[in-house]
Design a protein around this ligand. Structure first.
Ligand code: ACO
Length: 319
C-alpha cells in the first residue's frame, strides 16, 4: 500500500504589516475590539509588485529546499487559491514557469475553495500518489484576500491578509496522510461571497460576509469533521500531537477545541500575527510549527479548515 508523506514545508509572508491601530485610523474600530472578537493583532499585506504566484514561488522554493529534492522530480502542482493573478492561465502553470519546472508531464492546476483550498489540494495530490501515478507532488496554498477587501467595511477589513504556504509530498510505504475528509454545502453560498464574475470583469468586487452566521456554522462543522476524522481512523483525540486549524478567528478555534475537549496547548496558532491568510493559513501554521521545532518527525497532526461555499475539510497526517 502506498501513502503520501510530507517531506518539506515552506511559507512566505509579505514584509508590510498592518496593525489594529493602523486599521483604527481607517474605520471605526479599536485594537481592543479586534483582539477580543478575533484574536488578531496584526496581519501582512502584499506590496503592489507582489502577486499570489510570486508569494507562492517563495514558499514553494522553501518547501522544495526543505524536502531536499531536485525540482525536476516534481510531477504535479496543485495550487489552492481564490485570488489567482489572472483568470487564465491558472496560478499553477504560472508557478510552474516561475519555479523553472519544464517537464510537461507535470500537470499544474488550481483549486478554488477559498480558505479550505489547501485541504482539498492536499487530498487531490494524496489520491494521485496513493494510486501510484505520481511520486512527488507540490501542494500550495496562497491568497491575496486584501485585494478583495472593501477598506470601509469594518466587519471584514480587520480579518483578511496575504500569504503563501507549500508542502512537498512523496510516495512512501508508511503513512503519511492517513485520511482526508471533504464536505461542501452550497446552500450557504450567500453568507460569504465575492460577486466578481467574468461577465463584469474587471469591475472591482469585495468580500461580502454575514460574519455571525458564518461563525456559528463554522464551529459546528469543524467540530463534526474533527470527530469524523477521529472516528474514521479509530483513534482518540489524545492521540493527536498537534491540531493545525484554519486561522480565521481565535474564538472559532477556541469554540471548536472546547466542543472537542481538546487542549489549546496542542494547537498551532498564527492568527494573532497573521490574520486570515485563506488557503495559506494551514500550510503556514504547519511550516511555523516545523521550523520552530514544536512539530517533530513522527508527530500525529490534524488539519482542519472552513470556507466560503460553505466548504470544509480535514486531514490526519503523520509528520
Ligand atoms: N470594530 C468595532 N465594531 C464592529 C466591528 C469592528 N471591526 N465589526 C463589527 N462591529 C460591530 C457590529 O457593527 C455590531 O454592532 P451593532 O451591535 O451595533 O450592530 C457589533 O460589532 C457586533 O457584530 P457581530 O457581527 O455580531 O460581531 P461578532 O462577535 O460576530 O464578530 C466577526 C464579528 C469578527 C466578523 C465574527 O463574526 C467572525 O469572525 N466571524 C467568522 C468570519 C470568518 O471566519 N470568515 C472567514 C471564513 S473563511 C473564508 O472562506 C474566507
Amino acid at each position: 500500500m502506498k501513502y503520501s508523506r510530507i517531506i518539506g514545508t515552506g511559507g512566505y509572508l509579505p514584509e508590510k504589516i498592518l496593525t489594529n491601530d493602523d486599521l483604527a485610523k481607517i474605520v471605526e474600530t479599536s485594537n481592543e475590539w479586534i483582539v477580543e472578537r478575533t484574536g488578531i493583532k496584526r496581519r501582512h499585506i502584499r506590496s503592489p509588485d507582489e502577486t499570489t504566484t510570486s508569494m507562492a514561488g517563495i514558499a514553494a522554493n522553501r518547501a522544495i529546499e526543505a524536502a531536499g529534492i531536485d525540482r525536476s522530480q516534481i510531477q504535479m502542482i496543485v495550487f489552492a487559491t481564490c485570488t489567482p493573478d489572472l483568470f487564465f492561465p491558472n496560478a499553477a502553470s504560472t508557478l510552474q514557469r516561475l519555479l523553472g519546472i519544464t517537464a510537461t508531464a507535470c500537470p499544474a492546476f488550481d483549486v478554488n475553495i477559498a480558505c479550505s483550498g489547501f485541504i482539498y489540494a492536499l487530498s487531490i495530490a494524496d489520491q494521485y500518489i496513493r494510486s501510484g501515478m505520481v511520486e512527488h507532488a507540490l501542494v500550495v496554498g496562497a491568497d491575496s484576500l486584501t485585494r478583495l477587501i472593501d477598506w470601509s467595511d469594518r466587519s471584514t477589513c480587520i480579518l483578511f491578509s496575504d500569504g503563501a504556504g507549500a508542502v512537498v509530498l512523496k510516495a512512501d510505504d508508511k503513512p503519511g496522510i492517513y485520511s482526508t475528509h471533504l464536505h461542501t454545502d452550497g446552500s450557504y453560498g450567500d453568507l460569504l461571497h465575492v460577486k466578481g464574475d467574468v461577465y463584469n470583469a474587471p469591475s472591482c468586487q469585495y468580500i461580502n460576509m454575514q460574519g455571525n452566521a458564518v461563525f456559528k456554522v463554522a464551529v459546528t462543522k469543524l467540530g463534526e469533521v474533527v470527530e469524523e476524522t477521529l472516528r474514521f481512523n479509530n483513534i482518540d483525540k489524545e492521540a493527536i500531537d498537534w491540531l493545525i486549524p484554519h486561522q480565521a478567528n481565535l474564538r472559532i478555534i477556541e469554540a471548536t477545541t472546547r466542543r472537542l475537549g481538546f487542549p489549546m496547548e496542542k494547537v498551532i496558532l498564527t492568527v494573532e500575527d497573521q490574520g486570515n491568510t485563506s488557503a495559506a493559513s494551514v500550510p503556514l501554521a504547519l511550516d511555523i510549527g516545523v521550523r520552530d521545532g514544536r512539530i517533530k518527525p513522527g508527530n500525529l497532526l490534524l488539519f482542519e479548515a472552513f470556507s466560503a461555499g460553505f466548504a470544509w475539510g480535514s486531514a490526519l497526517v503523520r509528520y
